[in-house]
Write a protein that binds this ligand. Structure first.
Ligand code: PEP
Ligand code: MN
Length: 378
C-alpha cells in the first residue's frame, strides 16, 4: 500500500481554515449568473468558489454544462471577489483547459472516480503539475475504489489532496438523493487521519431542507469542510435546482452550524468521558459474550435439526423473531432500521454457524471413512 503524505488545508497556499466552505452553483450557466452569485458569496464566509463547466447528467437532453467558455467567466468571477475557484474535470482535455485558465483547484466527480481508466488518464495529464485535487467518492459504496483514485492522483506527486463525501447511490427510496453511509468516510479518516475530508451535503440530500442537519453531522464527525451548492435564483437553475441554496439561505445556515472542538482540554469533562467510555467497553464485552452464548445455542439447535432432518431456515420462526424483537427494540428507543439490520446480521451468522457445524460433522465422518480405507492412523 502506497504511503501517503498529504498536505493539510492550512498549507494549501490559500491557507484554508477549518471548516473550509466551498460554495457556488451546480453549473456555470452564464457570465452574469456566475458573477452575481460570486459577488454575494464573496461577502460570506466562503473560501472557494465552485462551478461545474461540464456536467455529467443522467439524461442526454438535460443541460450538459456551458462548456469551455464558462471557465473564463468562473475564473474572472473568482478574481473579482477574491475567491480561488474549483471545477470538476472528467478527462485529460478538461484538465488541460482548466490549467490553461488557471483554475486554482480541481475536483474529480463521483461518476469519474468509479472508472480507474479515466482517473489514470487524469492523473497522467496532471503529472508534473502542482495543483490541489479533490476526489469525490465513487457513486457505489466502495471505499477501496475511492482510495484507489486518491492513490492514482497521489502517485503523480500531487500532495494537496482532499476527499469529498457526497453520498452513495441506492435503488431503495430514501429521504436522501444519495445515502450518506457515514461509516465509509469514517473508515477513510481512520486509515488516513491526515487526509482532509469535505462533506457535500447538497448531493447527499438532493433537497434544500435536509442540508443543515447533514452539514451539522459532518462537522460533528470532525470533517474538514463543506461543499454546498448555491445559486442566486435556485428555482431557475438549469441543474440540481431542488438542492441549491440562495446565498442568503447559505449565510443563515452557516451561522447556525456549531463547530465543535476535536480536542478536549477540560479535565472534569475528560474524566467523565473516560468513565462513560469504560462503561461502553464493559457493555460491549457483555454484548459479545451474550452473542457467543446465543451462537452456541444456535449450533445446538442445528444438531437437532440435523437429527430430525429438517431445514435450517424456518421462516415462521424467523418472522416471529423479527416481529417480537422489533417491538421490544422500538419500546426501548432503538430505531427500526438498526433493529432490522442487527437481526439480519444475527440471523445470517446463526445460519452460517449451523451450516458449518453440520458440514464439518459431515466432513469429519467422511475423513474418518477415508482414513479407515487407507489405514491412516487417526
Ligand atoms: C456536482 O458537484 O455538481 C456533481 C456533479 O457532483 P457528483 O459528482 O457528486 O454527482
Ligand atoms: Mn450538482
Amino acid at each position: 500500500m502506497e504511503r501517503f503524505n498529504f498536505i493539510p488545508f492550512s498549507d494549501w497556499k490559500f491557507s484554508f481554515p477549518k471548516p473550509l466552505i466551498i460554495s457556488g452553483p451546480c453549473g456555470v450557466e452564464s457570465e452574469k449568473q456566475i458573477h452575481e452569485v460570486a459577488a454575494e458569496l464573496g461577502r460570506l464566509n466562503v473560501h472557494l468558489l465552485r462551478g461545474g463547466i461540464w456536467k455529467p447528467r443522467t439524461r442526454p437532453d438535460s443541460f450538459q454544462g456551458i462548456g469551455s467558455e464558462g471557465l473564463k467567466w468562473l475564473k474572472e468571477a473568482g478574481l473579482a471577489n477574491n475567491l480561488p475557484v474549483t471545477v470538476e474535470v472528467a478527462n485529460p482535455k478538461h484538465v488541460e483547459e482548466a490549467l490553461r485558465e488557471k483554475i486554482d483547484v480541481l475536483w474529480i466527480g463521483a461518476r469519474t472516480t468509479v472508472n480507474p481508466f479515466l482517473v489514470q488518464e487524469i492523473a497522467e495529464a496532471l503529472s508534473g503539475v502542482d495543483i490541489p485535487v479533490m476526489v469525490k467518492n465513487p457513486i457505489n459504496p466502495e471505499l477501496e475504489l475511492w482510495i484507489g483514485a486518491i492513490e492514482r492522483i497521489h502517485k503523480t506527486g500531487i500532495k494537496r489532496i482532499a476527499a469529498i463525501h457526497r453520498g452513495f447511490s441506492t435503488y431503495e427510496k430514501t429521504k436522501y438523493r444519495n445515502v450518506p453511509n457515514w461509516q465509509i468516510p469514517i473508515e477513510l479518516k481512520r486509515r488516513y487521519p491526515e487526509l482532509p475530508i469535505i462533506c457535500d451535503p447538497s448531493h447527499i440530500c438532493g433537497s434544500r431542507n435536509l442540508i443543515g442537519s447533514v452539514a451539522q453531522t459532518a462537522l460533528d464527525l470532525n470533517f474538514d469542510g463543506l461543499m454546498i451548492e448555491s445559486h442566486s435564483h435556485p428555482e431557475k437553475a438549469l441543474s440540481d435546482s431542488q438542492q441549491q441554496l440562495t446565498p442568503s439561505a447559505l449565510k443563515e445556515l452557516l451561522s447556525q452550524l456549531v463547530v465543535r472542538s476535536a480536542v478536549v482540554e477540560d479535565v472534569l469533562f475528560l474524566n467523565l468521558l473516560e468513565e462513560l467510555r469504560d462503561r461502553i467497553d464493559k457493555l460491549d464485552e457483555e454484548i459479545l459474550n451474550k452473542m457467543s452464548d446465543r451462537m452456541e445455542i444456535a449450533r445446538e439447535i442445528g444438531k437437532y435439526k440435523k437429527t430430525n432432518n429438517i431445514t435450517i431456515l424456518q421462516v415462521e420462526r424467523w418472522n416471529e423473531i423479527l416481529r417480537t424483537r422489533l417491538q421490544f427494540g422500538l419500546d426501548h428507543e432503538l430505531t427500526r432500521e438498526f433493529i432490522l439490520k442487527m437481526y439480519e446480521l444475527i440471523h445470517e451468522e446463526s445460519i452460517l454457524q449451523q451450516t458449518q457445524m453440520m458440514n464439518s460433522e459431515m466432513w469429519e465422518n467422511r475423513n474418518q471413512e477415508e482414513r479407515i480405507k487407507t489405514q491412516e492412523p487417526t
